[in-house]
Ligand binder design. Sequence first.
Ligand code: URA
Length: 231
Amino acid sequence: MKLSRILSNQNGISRRQANLLLAAGRVRIDGEICQDGGLDISRFREVCIDLEVIQRAEPAYYLMLNKPAGYLSATEDPVHPTVLDLIEPALRHHLHIGGRLDRASTGLLILSSDGLWTRRLTEPRVKIPKVYRVTTAYPICPDTADRFAEGIWFNYEQLRTSPARLEQLGSNEARLTIYEGRYHQVKRMFHAVGNRVISLHRERMGDLLLDPTLSFGGYRPLTAAEISSVN
Ligand code: URA
């Protein structure tokens, strides 16, 4: 919500008075004077007029999980276990998923209570690189890297995927970087070149790297630097 709106939502403060308070430097966001009423302020930040707190900061959660195979990237499901079943109960109802993985896929999954932040992480316009380690059923053809770099035509969406980078690691193994997150994107790209994905493990999203100390099903809070790398 815009800061001027937060201020004028308080009983007895008019729009004009809110502007005067801002101009006089009497409004603080997380302790810092702020004079820009047009700023978007999330519910995770504290707003004060002088010493009076008029918006208390809600706790924000930012977690990385090493997703095991067999768990759905969903908050609830009548049949399959979901990734939220891996998270301590007190946190579960605050969280949503920032960039899903298929049930069989493993690796880096981000969970947060901050919707604006996860939107920045997953916004297709921003083109954050997502890095996957892929094992395939058949040897990867020599022209696959060029075909992925040119983009693969997706008939259903009537679009060509953004140029992707394939680094071959073995005859049936590669590291693939894509810059969008379409439905079953990696599987469909390999299918389009006559191959089939056997296993898919996400190693990275932008500057967020899967912590190698996390075993499957393990999770940890993101550091302040990791949180602010998504902007
Ligand atoms: N692409 C896929 O096909 N599956 C995933 O889980 C992630 C990307």
